[in-house]
Design a protein around this ligand. Structure first.
Ligand code: ATP
Length: 199
């Protein structure tokens, strides 16, 4: 699985439709200050379902829509499409190529689609949840974030590693199962008491 292409249209500084073709391995984006390098990374997070305007370096979500420049009028919507090569079947979907897209209008919420089929945010999140990419997987490390990870307590740092490795999900499931076991044991004890009383 690898990210194959990213298309931005009306997203932040990318007013015209712009497609970045990516290859397996490491991709570097270089350019002068303010040329839109971080906007590309913001687009990746956004299309995968990012809900926090602050994480996208904006004040409100509409700030992702092209706001206009001296020579170009603002646009009414932002669109990003991310195509993922899934020939190894890492994503739980029966396609060798998956395109996730998100569109947002200035006057409304977001619309999501998987391979052109309209879907919910939850579907996008579920599709990505076991892949190691996705919204809360710390797969995108922002400027300055490295510093806070280096300064974190050993417990917090372990939390980051567990989350990245997908352990956290299993820990939560284990806690839930243990709570159920506890309540079942309570019920069994109550049943034993009742049986003793009846006898
Ligand atoms: P640096 O190297 O300084 O970190 P960068 O290449 O990462 O810069 P970005 O932060 O991605 O640059 O892009 C900043 C540019 O994007 C600014 O010129 C800003 O005006 C523009 N920009 C951000 N949001 C919008 C928007 N909604 N509409 C139009 N332009 C926008």
């Amino acid at each position: 699985m690898y990210l194959k292409s990213l298309t931005l249209k009306g997203f932040k500084s990318f007013a015209s439709s712009t497609t970045l073709q990516l290859e397996p391995g490491i991709t570097c984006i270089v350019g002068p200050n303010g040329s839109g390098k971080s906007n590309v990374v913001d687009a990746l997070a956004w299309v995968m379902g990012e809900q926090g305007a602050k994480s996208l370096r904006g004040g409100k979500m509409e700030d992702v829509i092209f706001a206009g420049t001296a020579g170009r009028a603002p646009l009414g919507r932002a669109e990003v499409a991310l195509t993922i090569d899934n020939s190894d079947g890492a994503l739980p979907i029966d396609y060798s190529e998956v395109t996730i897209s998100r569109t947002m209008f200035r006057n409304g919420g977001s619309e999501y689609a998987i391979n052109g089929q309209s879907c919910r945010l939850l579907d996008v999140q579920e599709l990505l949840s076991d892949s190691g990419i996705g919204r809360e997987m710390h797969v995108i490390v922002g400027q300055g974030q490295l510093d806070s990870i280096l300064r974190a307590t050993p417990e917090d740092r372990r939390g980051f590693v567990e989350e990245a490795a997908g352990v956290l999900k299993h820990r939560k499931r284990k806690e839930k199962a243990l709570r159920k076991l506890e309540s079942t044991e309570g019920n069994l004890n109550r049943l034993a008491d009742l049986l003793t009383e009846i006898r």
